[in-house]
Design a protein. Structure first.
Length: 162
């Protein structure tokens, strides 16, 4: 975190050091820190643009699914520019988020199959709902105790004991 702070204050910009030194050994960091920040921002903006454009074609679930899924994948993948792809994959398949990652990747694949191969609007919408829920659950894994709080909240909301 101190490297990011140093970068923001202008300390690392001239030297072109990476945000995390161990990523240079992954063969990924031929980019300087500034280039990686630009690539992260560009990938994230492209992801959000695809998700926004998907709302325009919401009435056509197949086009919506493709654009929305592409936007999600770009947004999630954008952090690979900051931490490196190897670290990104290690973090995604960490024991605390392996199930959320598997469900997310599975729902992305199922949504694309339903949209592009099966052409079923209902199945595509169901797969997109699963994709959104899985991405939310995956994202909550990065916030300490967030999944536990959401689980407890859902139990309280849906607990119908009288």
């Amino acid at each position: 975190m101190w490297r990011l702070n140093e970068f923001m204050s202008g300390g690392d910009e001239e030297r072109g050091e990476s945000l995390l030194d161990d990523e240079e050994s992954d063969g990924f960091c031929s980019l300087s820190l500034v280039q990686r920040m630009y690539a992260f921002a560009a990938c994230l903006v492209a992801g959000f643009a695809c998700m926004f454009l998907s709302l325009i074609v919401f009435a056509k679930p197949i086009k919506f699914a493709v654009l929305f899924t592409l936007g999600n994948v770009l947004a999630v993948g954008s952090t690979a520019f900051l931490i490196g792809p190897a670290t990104q994959i290690r973090m995604m398949f960490d024991s605390s988020r392996i199930y959320a990652t598997a469900v997310y990747i599975g729902s992305v694949v199922v949504a694309l199959i339903c949209a592009l191969l099966i052409h079923s609007k209902i199945l595509t919408i169901l797969a997109l709902i699963c994709e959104i829920l899985a991405l939310t659950w995956y994202s909550l894994s990065y916030i300490p105790f967030a999944r536990r709080m959401v689980s407890n909240l859902m139990i309280r909301i849906f607990d119908t004991e009288i």
